[in-house]
Design a protein around this ligand. Structure first.
Ligand code: F7E
Length: 326
């Protein structure tokens, strides 16, 4: 029987939440994993992935990394991804989250010529591009109305991905992913901020939780489900863009109910709102229609909103117990 060649994937932003889940998903499919990290020394990661030091704000070594990694697939997950912070660091965000995509696409185009092979490129596009939504639910054909420097940068990266696909015949796709969370979510994002606080309040390590706009509504899914859709997009014959979402909308209040409720606490007296945490322009509500992903990729989410909240709180309870020395 002919042996199938082991495929190689290069993941930017591999140290983030999606990098964690995607690495494990691809390892199960026998990929060799190479990852780009921006804040620690290169070497071997905990799952055996090979790591390189680079930053999408500086394209100088991307070509060398591509030569070493020799990838069949590149997943561009790196970004300054915090929406609130992008108002404080708009130029940095435009550089990394926007022009960083262009740097990667250019490096891949040149690498393809050097190596004489085609690379499949995934761009982590975002539901934030829909911003002040012009229709609901949002599909692949819904016009964008970005409401933050982050979202503007993502729109730029989205169009460059399409531009390189159409100009240079590259296999480059956008996954337009709605919010996706997990126990690996960064602590500055609202779901993880809440699950961590629930656990610490429950164990007496914290008294209160300060939040911004708790009326905001999002379509929240589980990151472990969403990385599968990224991979499926790159396995198709034709490169196309896809919305990835659950189609279910919940408010921050709903997440408070589910997560505080899970440990038997009422959040009403424990949560306060802080005007400093409101954004200069807010995205009030997002709801995705993932019909195309369902039909063409045969993809669907598995973890429900309530399961997600419980999973995150249970994980943070374990961390809080360690912190409390229990
Ligand atoms: O905010 C509100 C906040 O920061 C969700 C990123 O991964 O998903 C994420 O962007 C909502 C917003 O996520 C707090 O105003 C209230 O309306 O968890 P978040 P995000 O801004 O939706 C998209 C798809 C991305 O692409 C982004 O990279 O919650 N909110 N109080 C708060 N948000 C935060 N962070 N902290 C609060 O205290």
């Amino acid at each position: 029987m002919a042996e199938t060649k082991q495929r190689r994937a290069l993941i930017t932003g591999i140290s983030g939440q999606d990098g964690y889940y995607l690495t494990r998903f691809l390892l199960e499919r026998n990929y060799e994993i190479h990852g780009i990290v921006s804040c620690r020394a290169p070497g071997i990661g905990e799952a055996g992935e090979r790591l390189y030091y680079a930053d999408l704000s500086d394209g100088s070594n991307l070509g060398q990394i591509l030569d070493k990694a020799n990838p069949d697939e590149v997943y561009n997950l790196a970004a300054q991804s915090h929406v609130r912070l992008s108002f404080d660091l708009p130029q940095y965000t435009a550089n990394v989250t926007g022009i960083g995509v262009l740097r990667m696409l250019d490096a891949i185009r040149e690498y393809q010529q050097r190596a004489g092979k085609q690379v499949r490129f995934y761009q982590a596009s975002s539901s934030e591009m829909f911003g002040k939504v012009v229709e609901s639910p949002q599909t692949e054909s819904t016009p964008f109305y970005p409401r933050s420097p982050y979202a503007c940068a993502k729109v730029y990266g989205y169009w460059q991905t399409i531009n390189y696909r159409e100009s240079y015949d590259m296999f480059a796709v956008n996954g337009i992913l709605f919010n996706h969370e997990s126990p690996k979510r960064g602590e500055a994002f609202v779901t993880r901020k809440i699950s961590k606080a629930v656990a610490r309040i429950k164990l007496g390590l914290q008294d209160k939780l300060s939040l911004g706009n708790i009326d905001a509504q999002r379509d929240w899914g589980f990151a472990g489900d969403f990385v599968e859709a990224m991979w499926l997009m790159l396995q198709r014959d034709v490169p196309e863009d896809y919305v990835v979402a659950t189609g279910q909308v919940h408010s921050v209040r709903d997440f408070l109910d589910a997560s505080f409720g899970h440990v038997g606490l009422d959040w009403a007296d424990l949560v306060e709102t802080d005007q400093n945490m409101f954004r200069p322009a807010e995205v009030d509500i997002l709801c995705g229609d993932a019909s195309k992903a369902r039909e063409k990729l045969n993809w669907q989410p598995k973890v429900s909103f309530e399961e997600l909240a419980r999973m995150m709180v249970d994980h943070d309870l374990e961390l809080a117990r360690q912190e409390a020395g229990q």
